[in-house]
Design a protein around this ligand. Structure first.
Ligand SMILES: [Zn+2]
Length: 156
């Protein structure tokens, strides 16, 4: 794990492991439901976050509700979030490494959320998904091939 990178994350007070972990689950759910890629751009903050996807239209109200429900179903399973390290060659075969930074070392850190999701990431995460709280989509919009989803978390 890159210590300086984690230092940078921790020093950013807006950075929120709950939000960031929700982003992983949202991405995998988008891939499964809409066959789009993971978000190519995002802005993750404690109060509210947004993720952008390449897609061809906005979501319907029914789809938003279903997406919201699916993400919460995954969270409520209380899946374990764990890191695993793979050599770059093995990781390339097993996972989608399109977002891997070019300067990544020979060991690739994969974050697994139960059997639901696995992707390379160097960020900070919750250890169990129920720590995320309740996922809530605020709004979606569509503009020039970009579907934007805004969401917040409700914690006790
Ligand atoms: Zn992550």
């Amino acid at each position: 794990m890159d210590a300086s990178y984690n230092q940078e994350i921790k020093s950013n007070k807006q950075y929120n492991p709950q939000m960031h972990s929700a982003e992983h689950i949202l991405n995998q759910t988008m891939v499964r439901m809409f066959n789009c890629g993971r978000s190519f751009s995002n802005h993750i903050e404690k109060k509210k976050s947004k993720c952008d996807y390449h897609y061809d239209r906005n979501l319907t109200e029914e789809e938003i509700q279903l997406l919201n429900k699916k993400v919460n179903e995954v969270i409520q399973q209380d899946l374990i979030v764990e890191e695993e390290f793979y050599s770059k060659d093995v990781a390339m075969e097993k996972f989608n490494l399109s977002k891997l930074p070019e300067d990544a070392g020979e060991k690739v850190r994969i974050i697994k959320i139960g059997e639901y999701d696995a992707c390379p990431c160097s960020g900070l995460h919750v250890s169990h998904t129920t720590e995320i709280g309740v996922f809530n989509i605020i709004s979606t919009d569509f503009n020039e091939g970009v579907l934007r989803i805004r969401f917040k978390l409700i914690n006790d």
